[in-house]
Design a protein around this ligand. Sequence first.
Ligand SMILES: Nc1ncnc2c1ncn2[C@@H]1O[C@H](COP(=O)(O)OP(=O)(O)OP(=O)(O)O)[C@@H](O)[C@H]1O
Ligand SMILES: [Mg+2]
Length: 372
Amino acid sequence: MMDSRIPQVFKDAINGALGPVMHLWQDPTVTEILINGPNEVFVERKGKLERTDAQFPSEDILLAAINSIAGSIGRRINWEEPRLDARLPDGSRIHAVIPPCATNGPTVSIRKFTQSKITFKDYIKLGAITPDAANFLEICMFLGKNILVSGGTGSGKTTLLGLLCNRIPKGQRIIVIEDAKELTIEYEHVVRFETRTPNEQGKFEVTIKDLLKSSLRLRPDRIIVGEVRSSEAFDLVQAMNTGHNGSMGTIHANTAADALVRLEALAMGGETKISDKAMQYSIAAAIDLVIQISRLQDGSRRIMSISEVRGLDEDYNYDVVNIYDMPHLVRGPDGKLHGHIEPTGELPSFMKEIEDNKIPFPRSKFFPPKSA
Ligand SMILES: Nc1ncnc2c1ncn2[C@@H]1O[C@H](COP(=O)(O)OP(=O)(O)OP(=O)(O)O)[C@@H](O)[C@H]1O
Ligand SMILES: [Mg+2]
């Protein structure tokens, strides 16, 4: 299952260490393995959590397993540094917290790397978006709108960002910056950067902010930031406001308005020289659209709204207008939630741009469906 470029030392560590959960590691329907101490192992399948029978013989053996995986990638986890956050050579991600900070015993989550390439077609089939809304997003990509993908943990932000990247029109130069290479992007001209964690002396760290600064000197057309989670928010906003149209990033937030407030807080965190108001203006000018995505109770992941940022109102609140939203979700007899996003009746402010480009997406597409 693991390809030949993956170092043997890592394969050995996984084979040796993960014995009790090896069947879960190898099971393609399992997307996440969650270990809460030696006696409790949960997995995620189709977006839903299930408890398994798997157990580690003792806390020490689980601890040794985590240590062996950390060691195989040149990292460590111990009393002094009881937390490990790393990408594994096969693209999976591991996060571990051990005692004394973890009171259940060594706690691990492994997000398995899935080769699954979700396409826009699959996305529609999965019910994550409607064909019209998907079409609208493609138009936004074509027109070079700056987009923020917002959602909770594991809601599908990275997947959606990847889908959008694959709709960038040909002939541009894209720079992608991530903590760990995750995005699947098929594009002819793409430069990829990955951050570096500091060494044991806390030195030689290279952050997203550093790489964003370099990117700006490398003639990008669009800059894509895998996850905006720190002061690089400021640099991304500046880039968006200085001609890098079509730049994008994901952010952790529960609503479109929260996403902007969070972006502002992150941007202010790194920059003391700019006033609150100036920052708000910059953000309102930079971000064109916020796509909100959620992991729902039935395990599905869906786009909940597509909103346009139109500026600031007189009280300096972001003027966020939903172009699409989810009017209702109804639970069916199968336990699944049924519903999809619908146009709200608001025309995007760039409707004329759509028409001037002769894009066959008429105004009527934005009219809400007649209520029955
Ligand atoms: N629309 C969807 N339907 C079903 N599964 C999906 C959908 N979108 C994403 N997934 C799956 O959900 C999991 C999490 O997706 P993804 O990594 O994109 O989320 P994320 O929000 O970026 O997570 P994180 O908060 O950890 O960065 C992946 O296994 C992915 O394949
Ligand atoms: Mg992500």
